[in-house]
Ligand binder design. Structure first.
Ligand SMILES: C[S@@+](CC[C@H](N)C(=O)[O-])C[C@H]1O[C@@H](n2cnc3c(N)ncnc32)[C@H](O)[C@@H]1O
Length: 220
C-alpha cells in the first residue's frame, strides 16, 4: 500500500469510527444475519487454543476481540492492529467497559510491527478488500504467523447463488464490493488445508488455510 492510500484509509476511519458499530448493526438487519453468530464462525476457523497469541489485522472497534479473548483464555493474548487512531480509541473504550484483555497497536497491514513467527493464528475480518497491496498484506500475515498457524481472511464478496436472487441483485447495485471474489489468486502454492466458504447470509467470503511459509521464503 502506498503512503497516500494508507493515509486515505486512516482518514476515512478516523471520521467513521462513531458510526462504525451502528453501520454493522444496519448490515445485520438489512441482510438478515446475526453479526455475533457470523463472527463466531470466522473466529472458529482459527482453531484457537488456550494460551495462544492471536493477531487481528484491521481490528477496528474490536467486535471480534471478546471472541478471540474467550478462545485463548486467561493465559493467551489477543492483539489488535489498526491504522486508525480513532477506531483504536473506540476499541480501547469498549475493551475497558467490557473487561476484555487485549493489546492494541497502531500500525499498517503491509508493514506489520512484529517479528517473524510471533502468532499462533492471524485474522483479517473486513479490511482485506480495501488494501491496495493485498499481496504484501498477505505476505506480512504469513510472515508473523508461525508455520502451522491458521490464517483467516473474511470480507465482502457474494456467493454465486446469492447473486441471482432479488436481494442479491439489489445489494450488488448499491455495493460493488459485493461483486468481489475470494482472493485465491494471491495465495502461494504452499498453503495447506485451504477452505473456502461464504457466510453473513452469503454476502461475505470466508477463506482459511494453514500457514506453511518458512522464514525467508518469498511469495513473489
Ligand atoms: C471495515 S473495518 C473492520 C473492523 C473489524 N475488523 C471488524 O470486524 O469490525 C476495516 C478496518 O481496517 C482498518 N484498516 C484499513 N486499512 C488498513 C491498513 N492498511 N492497515 C491497518 N488497518 C487498516 C481500518 O482503519 C478499519 O478499522
Amino acid at each position: 500500500m502506498t503512503y497516500d492510500s494508507a493515509r486515505r484509509q486512516r482518514d476515512v476511519y478516523n471520521r467513521w469510527w462513531r458510526w462504525y458499530d451502528f453501520s454493522t448493526k444496519l448490515a445485520e438487519l438489512t441482510r438478515g444475519f446475526s453479526d455475533i453468530a457470523e463472527r463466531r464462525k470466522a473466529v472458529g476457523r482459527l482453531d484457537l487454543k488456550p494460551g495462544q497469541r492471536v493477531l487481528e489485522v484491521g481490528v477496528g472497534t474490536g467486535e471480534n476481540l471478546p471472541l478471540l479473548a474467550e478462545s485463548v483464555g486467561a493465559t493467551g493474548r489477543p492483539v489488535g492492529l489498526d491504522i486508525s487512531t480513532a477506531m483504536l480509541r473506540r476499541c480501547r473504550q469498549k475493551l475497558d467497559r467490557d473487561g476484555v484483555r487485549a493489546d492494541l497497536i497502531e500500525g499498517e497491514a503491509t508493514n506489520l510491527p512484529f517479528a517473524d513467527d510471533e502468532f499462533d493464528a492471524v485474522l483479517n475480518f473486513g479490511s482485506f478488500n480495501g488494501l491496495d497491496n493485498r499481496e504484501r498484506a498477505l505476505e506480512e500475515m504469513m510472515r508473523v504467523a508461525k508455520p502451522g498457524a491458521k490464517i483467516v481472511i473474511a470480507d465482502e464478496g457474494m456467493a454465486k447463488e446469492r447473486r441471482n436472487t432479488f436481494r442479491g441483485k439489489l445489494f450488488l447495485r448499491f455495493d460493488p464490493w459485493l461483486g468481489l471474489e475470494p482472493p485465491l489468486e494471491l495465495l502461494p502454492p504452499n498453503v495447506r488445508d485451504l477452505h473456502i466458504t461464504w457466510f453473513r447470509a452469503d454476502y461475505w467470503y470466508l477463506v482459511d488455510f494453514v500457514n506453511e511459509q518458512d522464514l525467508g521464503d518469498g511469495m513473489t
